[in-house]
Design a protein around this ligand. Sequence first.
Ligand code: TRP
Length: 360
Amino acid sequence: MTQTPHAESSSLERTVARSQEINAELDKNPSDYRVLTGDRPTGHLHIGHYFGSLTNRVRLQNMGVDTIVLIADYQVITDREGVGPIKERVYSLVADYLAAGIDPDKSMIFLHSAVPALNQLMLPFLSLVTEAELKRNPTVKAELADSQMPMSGLMLTYPVHQAADILFCKANLVPVGKDQIPHIEMCRVIARRFDERYGRAHGDQPVFPQADALLTSGTLILGTDGTKMSKSKGNVIELRMTADETAKALKKAVTDSDRTITYDPVNRVEVSNLLDIAGLCLDRDPQSIAEEIGDGGAGQLKALVTEALNEQLREHRDRRETVMKDQGYLESIIRAGNTRANDIAEQTLTEVRTAMQMSY
Ligand code: TRP
């Protein structure tokens, strides 16, 4: 079962090709798909989430794809000791979802910890993977290194828990970045082995579908210092910030000593990142923005990005502020989502017990 480097690269190619194929077909039969996506409530959403995942979720939802949004609260404790101010973060996430256009009448929003039957899938799923498979997951290895903690049982097995997230609701499409491909692969393996080893509940359909990755396309937005966004580095622009706070953060953004603004993502990472942000907000080619600024320098670039970003986020922030004031409304959305998720998970668990001959 050992994967050779060749097998890994061909699996990546297969995943990329399949993702492109689905993306091209998606609007023809959106109702063939159920999407599961989610965030860990480890902080507040920032502009990287906005351009990277939020707008895509709204696009899928509005296309008519059945979209389920998981707030992965149990997954918070994979790489840290405590849960932090988790409740506040959960409400903040829901507010950003709603502000971005997630419609709770169309898309279900729910929490891990509220759905016991989802978590119960973990047990049979763990029987389907080996220690060696878990230990060689490159994403787990990278996250372990970042966490500066010893490997916990949960860290080692969270990709299996994540398979339960996807499979409890029989999602067949998961929007992810490339780093999550090993997890989707594991999810497919678990679905297949469940079918081989434990069989079916009824009829000729396997209990679980083979989920595909829908790979995130587009520009990766970096922090205001040109490195990966991270709260601890203070380089993040959160959606909840005010226009003034955004202006201050961008004023401090790192640039370089070359006064002429050019778009060069390889050699001028920081300047190009600001141009990318402006490009996304204005729906313009970053290169043309660079040419327009030219010798205007970093000051002019920052002024332009600040205005474009604040304008882009103005309505989002207004809506966010309004819903944040109505905690009762946010609660009602979470409760409705949790109730629905429990119904779906119970149904799946019943099928699992039937397949495993454990329905007494
Ligand atoms: N791991 C994802 C993140 O950190 C969140 C997540 C949890 C998720 N379960 C999932 C994503 C299932 C896709 C599918 O953002």
